[in-house]
Ligand binder design. Sequence first.
Ligand code: ATP
Ligand code: MG
Length: 554
Amino acid sequence: MENKIMKIHKINNFIYKIINKDLKNKKYKKIHTRFPPEPNGFLHIGHAKSIYLNFEISKIYNGKCNLRFDDTNPNTASKIYVKSIKKDIKWMGYIWNKKSFYVSQYFNKLYKYAQKLIKNNLAYVDKLSKKEIKEYRGTLKKKGQNSPYRNQTIEKNMKLFKDMKNGKFQDGDLCLRAKINMNSANIVMRDPVLYRIKKKLHYRTKNKWCIYPTYDFSHCISDSIEKITHSLCSLEFLDNNQLYQWILRNLNIKKHAKQYEFSRLNLEYTILSKRKLKVLIEKKIVSGWNDPRMPTISGLRIRGYTPKSIKNFCKKIGVSKKNHLIEFSLLEYCIRNHLNNIACRFMAIINPLKIVIINLPRKYKEKIIVNNHPLYPDMGTHKIYFNKIIYIDKNDFQEVANKKYRRLTINQEVRLRYSYVIKVKKIKKNSLGYIKKIYCTYDKNTLNKNPVDRKIKGVIHWISKKNSIPAKFRIFQHIFSIKNPDSVKNYLKYINHESIKIQNGFVEKSLIKNVKKKFFQFEREGYFIIDKKETIKNKKITFNKTISLKGKKY
Ligand code: ATP
Ligand code: MG
């Protein structure tokens, strides 16, 4: 362990420092963390930060990390979300301790703890409405005001709480509040609500309960039941820390975790709130939680991100107590870096333009062997064919171009990647003046070597017609047009309505034999992944563009 502590010290992260100290002082023998998602939506990249932190700690210290579903709201908790959360965590490569845990499995215990507080005159049943509670609470500048029901007898509170549990009241009629201090400087401590009535079928406990504990009441107790040592949460719970300790102290729960807060991830051009992400789905701005434009883990997976790239991103952003907006290009850098090593190189034509090689016989077929990766021969090879009719990208031809243009234009030869040098002879246009095809000649002495008498400036990608299959390409942009959509009131005003573009083109036929390789670099275009669902739907192989080839370096 000593060695490990030394190693950890190198990670400049305040939470690791706290854990190191606790171990050194023999405060704990084993480190036990938890990740406590509310199953009311899919996980997003912000959650990935918390998953990475909690699970890596358990790995590094040889401890444990629980997965606990914070399912105290029957209105929003659902099995679908439980399933997706488990799938995403597994996909990230983490294994949680034992089976997963649910706050709903502690409802009996929590009820008893609430009764204990009432018996000790530390909680009361309040009849004020939600609105009145808010008014009575006061503000940072204004002291709170005691509820007229605050001094009810213990007996009355016990009876009302039982009646609440037995369904004698309706939602919002009553609630259980801790009796702390309505003048506390910390507003969270002004008699916080511990239980509320929600007459709704719960996805696990069905209609057994109609009262549900709040996050504040259930979280600290759940942590103690599960013997968590370090309860890590985001900074918005800073003020709740005092309440976390108050509840445990007043319930006489001696062995319990300590809560530490770290800053949430905020990412450029992105909103990281399940509630707001849900609105994008409801308004059909995106197709679902796993739309490849979404910052959800499942969206990123379908977009072509890898667990390794997401973990590397989490490592790079680190953990601190300062909130800041992380550049999106850092996430892009992480995936680009990983894909550069693992993606097979193929050619795809996204905007096809037909080229006829006039000095080739109609049936000419020349096989060229191409490496799947320029650096790693173990990744194998595949064949491409040079024929009379080929496709190049429309953007790689300009009828009139300036001197800086390094692609195909009249009077300027270009090399076809892995193949020959070609030269324009004639352009065929339709009646509207659009280019239909281009007739070229090829120089048969230029395979794998440059001509001695002239310089060839550019190399372009291509596919021969015979060696191609039609493909769809889905190319994405950010959902939002501003850098910090989370900071504005009306974020829906800043939707980028061109966040998806679909193009029909071609890919090499031999890619089909390599679909299992999953990640592809289409030369000069970027990194792509096959979208299985879209492929079936479109009856045509469909790719999602993960990321372009060039971007900011870090
Ligand atoms: P949302 O606002 O998206 O609903 P949440 O905090 O309500 O987020 P939970 O499911 O309650 O979502 O979160 C589970 C854990 O993930 C919590 O410990 C929370 O602090 C953490 N978490 C959520 N969002 C982020 C984020 N953007 N950065 C870091 N941690 C986060
Ligand atoms: Mg939440």
